[in-house]
Write a protein that binds this ligand. Structure first.
Ligand code: AMP
Length: 203
């Protein structure tokens, strides 16, 4: 199975990763995570991508498409994949349709007023997990590493990121609706409750 989960920043795409992996064995392919890893390691791609991420803008299509094509060759992807944060533009969606066949596209719809509190309160771990400060009991992730706030999870970065979503990613709603693959789910709720709805809708 190949799934796409998309939605505005903070809509809860990545939070469904453990559930989707456990239930369906899907590999979590998150372009944001791959880009941040490259930035941390100061690879040429990371240095280039940082210019865009720092402004809440999207990295160039050809860079991200190249990363996805490469990642799809990995062994873990054989059992199935869920794309988190990709595609984010019509150009990326069209390219993805050339590379592979997508079964379903889940759109997590969340009111913009909720996103700000979710994003600014989000703490992340290198292992990929995230947690909201309201639920945090210690500075440490379950894996033992220290949780941190992403540089773009700040109040001033939320606005440009949401604007980017509206201008460049929201047109995907119509694109996948026309393909008959879109499942829209209310993303305002507990992670486990939302996963129950995802399971039900996937059938
Ligand atoms: P995310 O972790 O999905 O919130 O992504 C963090 C940032 O990485 C985004 O704000 C973009 O700047 C960049 N990014 C992630 N995925 C993509 C993509 N598919 N296309 C372009 N830029 C991306």
């Amino acid at each position: 199975m190949k799934l796409i989960i998309f939605g505005a920043p903070g809509s809860g795409k990545g939070s469904q990763a453990p559930n989707l992996n456990k239930e369906y064995g899907l590999f979590h392919l998150a372009t944001g995570d791959i880009l941040r890893k490259n930035i941390k390691e100061e690879t040429p791609l990371g240095i280039e991508a940082k210019k865009y991420l720092d402004k809440g803008m999207l990295a160039p299509d050809e860079v991200v498409i190249g990363l996805v094509e490469e990642k799809l060759k990995c062994k873990e992807c054989e059992q199935g994949v869920f794309f988190d944060g990709f595609p984010r533009t019509l150009e990326q969606a069209k390219k993805l349709d050339e590379i592979t066949t997508i079964d379903k596209v889940i759109y997590l719809e969340v009111d913009f007023s909720i996103l700000l509190a979710r994003i600014t309160g989000r703490r992340s771990c290198e292992c990929g997990k995230t947690i909201h400060i309201k639920r945090m009991k210690t500075e440490e992730c379950e894996c033992g590493k220290i949780l941190y706030q992403r540089e773009d999870d700040t109040e001033e970065m939320v606005k440009p990121r949401i604007e980017t979503f509206l201008a460049q990613t929201a047109p995907l709603i119509e694109y996948y609706e026309k393909q008959g693959k879109l499942i829209t789910i209310d993303g305002d709720g507990e992670i486990e409750d939302i996963f129950e709805v995802i399971k039900e809708k996937l059938g």
